[in-house]
Ligand binder design. Structure first.
Ligand code: UT7
Length: 324
């Protein structure tokens, strides 16, 4: 028995922050950002707009695309590192607002890999009897971004993407998922303050420890290596090759990372889904937003072989192979 993606949806906040806007905030230039990252603009949440607000809109669209109602859901998994509160789980806020009265709900913390990790969990539950699982990647990265740090503030954006995972009636669907982690690299990307290691305090805020710190250059190299390795392992495990792929939907971190991975794999540019120029890096939301756009643009058809690939803080990396 297989599970499949029965419907997808996405939502980004209305406000757009361009590279020209960033030029007025830190010592950077549109030219530098485009050349080094491929990003031209990103969406940012407005005042009072939280993770669940974006997630609910993406989820409603995914439910409509799947043709089911919230009351049909057995489980809601929210992948995020920017939930509404430390407690309770933001997935419970979403469960209430959708009216998913029968669904269990919890958050999943795997940074940029959260959506693929959630897909893997949903796949396992559907294979063992659940009917419909809603998975969401939703992030308000603008809230943990240090807008005075040009090394990081140019990269991130806000948004949400969602998918309904249901039982497949044929042999198509999620063929396999691979999940990896390496905690020896946990200091590559981190938010040092605000947890039990460094609880909120005036000192913590004064030292700006509530914001993302990143070793960009080291992360870049590990990203290329892990994305390439896991793509090869994923295809080999299914007895497939790069030529069999119709579309690769990677985590939208940096165009240079994705071009390097595509070139090492021998993947032509038209088989790589890219939309980071308009959204930046939306962490756990990046793959479901890209997947939703690819579907709506007709780049994925019945029978298409699609591979997802992600990496992020932790370090985590993950992949999924899907026959549509
Ligand atoms: O979801 C996973 C999240 N993380 C990632 O995917 C990040 C992966 N890493 C990257 O995307 C890249 O490393 C960055 C885009 C963050 C940086 O690009 P880079 O080519 O690795 O630049 P760099 O860090 O080696 O810095 C090169 C220079 C430095 O100046 P000096 O020391 O050579 O004088 C930086 O200070 O560029 C400078 N720089 C900037 N200049 C203009 C750094 N940020 C900026 C900026 N504007 N925004």
């Amino acid at each position: 028995m297989r599970s499949r993606i029965a419907g997808t949806g996405s939502y980004v906040p209305a406000k757009v922050l361009t590279n020209a806007d960033l030029e007025r905030m830190v010592a950077t230039s549109d030219e530098w950002i485009v050349e080094r990252t491929g990003i031209r603009e990103r969406h940012v949440a407005g005042p009072g707009e939280a993770c669940s607000d974006l997630a609910v809109k993406a989820a409603e669209r995914a439910l409509a695309a799947a043709g089911i109602s919230a009351a049909d859901l057995d489980l809601i998994l929210l992948a995020t590192c920017t939930g509404d509160y430390p407690l309770p789980a933001t997935a419970c806020v979403i469960q209430h607002r959708l009216g998913a009265t029968k669904a269990a709900a919890c958050d999943l913390s795997a940074a940029c890999c959260g959506f693929v990790y959630a897909l893997s969990v949903a796949d396992a539950y559907v294979k063992t009897g659940m009917r419909h699982v809603l998975i969401i990647g939703s992030e308000v990265m603008s809230g943990i971004t240090d807008w005075t740090d040009r090394n990081t503030c140019i990269l991130f954006g806000d948004g949400a993407g969602a998918a309904v995972i249901s039982a497949s009636e044929n042999d198509r669907g999620i063929l396999s998922t691979q999940l990896r982690s390496d905690g020896t690299l946990c200091d590559l990307i981190e938010v040092p303050g605000g947890g039990s290691r460094m609880p909120p305090s005036e000192k913590m805020v004064a030292e700006r420890m509530q914001y993302i710190k990143m070793k960009g250059n080291e992360t870049f190299k590990v990203a290329v290596r892990t994305l390439e390795d896991i793509a090869r392992e994923t295809l080999a495990a299914s007895g497939l090759s790069v030529e069999d792929l119709d579309l690769y939907v990677p985590h939208q971190a940096n165009i240079r990372i994705l071009k390097a991975v595509a070139s090492r794999l021998g993947l032509p540019p038209e088989k790589v889904m890219l939309n980071l120029d308009r959204y930046g890096n939306t962490s756990a939301a990046s793959i479901p937003i890209a997947l939703d756009e690819a579907l709506r643009q007709g780049r994925i058809k019945e029978g298409s072989l699609v591979m997802l690939g992600s990496f992020g803080a932790g370090l985590t990396w993950a992949s999924a192979l899907i026959r549509w």
